[in-house]
Ligand binder design. Structure first.
Ligand code: SAH
Ligand code: F3S
Length: 481
């Protein structure tokens, strides 16, 4: 899953191998961004030591946990439907306990216990280590809540269980929280202030993943380019650090270098980059190391300077173009993808046209596009009227998507009759005779299985393509094996 919301993964149940000594059953499902899916692995890992084995069957669970997303209203409505479903099952199995994790837990806090009586447990994203205590309280018949946001918590010392995955690609969380305060976004409120994880523990995790056979990692954070380790603590407190702490600090470019050198054959990706925080050093580091994939997810949200300002995105359209030009100069052919919001308050037809013309300039490889959804507590909600009618938002979104599809096709076609390196991840969904994997540019590629296996790096001649997928013939293992 690349970056934020992968529609196919929404509601996925996490199942890991059982421990014989465990006799309680945990059903855990996740919604939202990659960070939530990664956090659920941490939660499962903590509860594995508390007598819980995971189950894919809701009906037999002793404990049901749902890791939730607040980014748009629709995401919260989906979770509410799931809570209704759990409630129905609870009527048959009254011993079952239900807990809400993640961003909705943080946003709604005790409202869940007071108003939505079906919930026994509410745990915010920084409080998962308190789960054993909270569960004991629940087992004794009391409701339990911990939504305290932390200055330090990065879960750096917990090694997440990953055995439910394809065994080839994994997420490695490097920062938590976000300090950017984009006016539309609920994340700074639900995930707290920005803090970075100790690079030592990140490298250890990368080495451990390589030893277990993983071939690709994605360094994860709401704003990875803002990564800064100076011995622990909040990013905003860096000014107060000692001279020696400042001199020995690790920034994102340095972290990328450390990861790339620690495992020179491990493919390295990262997500998400905020344009205002992406420095030239990061682009140069990407160019220097073959194993850092040439793809940057670089959300812009709007092409209009006026709207960018109202969103508190701290760059102009021209500065974004300069960044794109630098990327293309230093890493020729680098894939670039976007997030876009249609219908932010006060957006005019003119602003919308600016978005389309910005897309025309960049011609993104792919994107995630949304209509604006007003989120309670954000600056946009407090200061601006949600004044673009829904039908206008939808029409503008449709135009943005249509243009993106055109550009995706254009970019994908550029790979026709070339050889690309594909890391095999799984069987193709459409045919059990084909493998499916991704190129360094993050384009899906399918090809006949031949003698190859999951986890192989294979050179593939691209003979055909759809708008977003390459189709080809494997010609042999790549030199990366
Ligand atoms: N920096 C984060 C952004 C998280 S939100 C990251 O890791 O990607 C993911 C995307 O959701 C944003 O880039 C934005 O395009 C969209 N989004 C956020 N808040 C939104 C809102 N209120 N309405 C519509 N889309 C929103
Ligand atoms: Fe949200 Fe902006 Fe941070 S979109 S996650 S506040 S970079």
């Amino acid at each position: 899953m690349e970056k934020t919301i992968d529609e196919k993964k929404q509601g996925e149940t996490l199942v890991i191998p059982s421990k014989a000594e465990n006799n309680k059953k945990l059903f855990i499902e996740s919604y939202g961004c990659s960070m939530n899916f990664s956090d659920s692995e941490i939660v499962a890992s903590i509860l594995q030591n508390e007598g819980f084995n995971t189950t894919p069957h809701l009906e037999e669970a002793d404990l049901v946990l749902v890791n939730t997303c607040s980014i748009r209203d629709k995401a919260e409505q989906t979770v509410r439907k799931r809570l209704e479903k759990y409630n129905a099952v609870k009527k048959i199995n009254p011993k079952m306990k239900v807990g809400v994790l993640g961003c909705m837990a943080e946003r709604l806090k005790s409202k869940f216990l007071e108003e939505e009586k079906i919930v026994d447990l509410v745990v915010g994203p920084d409080a998962y280590k308190d789960l054993p205590n909270l569960i004991s309280e629940v087992e004794e018949g009391r409701d339990a809540i911990n939504v305290i946001l932390s200055k330090e918590e990065t879960y750096g010392d917990i090694s997440p269980v990953r055995l439910n995955t394809n065994g080839v690609t994994a997420f490695v969380s490097i920062t938590r929280g976000c300090d950017n305060m984009c006016t539309f976004c609920v994340v700074p409120f639900t995930r707290g202030r920005e803090r970075s994880r100790d690079p030592q523990s990140i490298i250890e995790e990368v080495n451990d993943l390589w030893a277990k056979g993983y071939k690709e990692i994605t360094l994860l954070g709401q704003n990875v380019d803002s990564y800064l380790w100076y011995g622990g603590g909040l990013k905003k407190d860096f000014d107060k650090a000692s001279d020696i702490q400042k001199a020995t600090a690790t920034d994102f470019a340095k972290l990328l270098q450390l990861c790339a050198e620690a495992q020179p054959k491990m493919r390295i990706r990262f997500s998400t980059s905020n344009p205002q925080d992406m420095h030239i050093d990061v682009i140069k580091t990407m160019a220097k190391y073959d194993n850092i994939c040439n793809h940057i997810h670089l959300p812009v949200q709007s092409g209009s300077d006026r709207i960018l300002k109202a969103m508190n995105r701290l760059h102009t359209r021209q500065e974004y173009f300069t960044l794109i030009d630098n990327i293309r100069d230093i890493i020729p052919g680098c894939a670039i993808s976007q997030d876009m919001i249609a219908g932010f308050p006060t957006e005019t037809e003119e602003d919308h046209k600016d978005t389309l013309s910005l897309m025309e300039y960049v011609k993104y490889n792919f994107g995630y596009m949304f209509t604006y959804s007003e989120r309670p507590g954000t600056l946009a909600e407090r200061k601006l009227e949600d004044d673009v009618p829904e039908d206008v938002k939808s029409r503008r979104l449709a135009e943005i998507i249509e243009l993106q599809l055109k550009h995706s096709e254009y970019r994908t076609k550029q790979f026709l009759n070339t050889t690309v390196e594909v890391l095999i991840e799984k069987e193709s969904k459409k045919s059990n005779q084909h493998w499916s994997g991704r190129t360094p540019h993050n384009i899906v590629c399918v090809f006949p299985k031949g003698q190859f296996k999951v986890g192989d790096f294979v050179n593939v001649n691209v003979t055909d393509c759809t708008k977003a997928t390459l189709i080809g013939e494997a010609i042999g293992l790549s030199k990366n094996n």
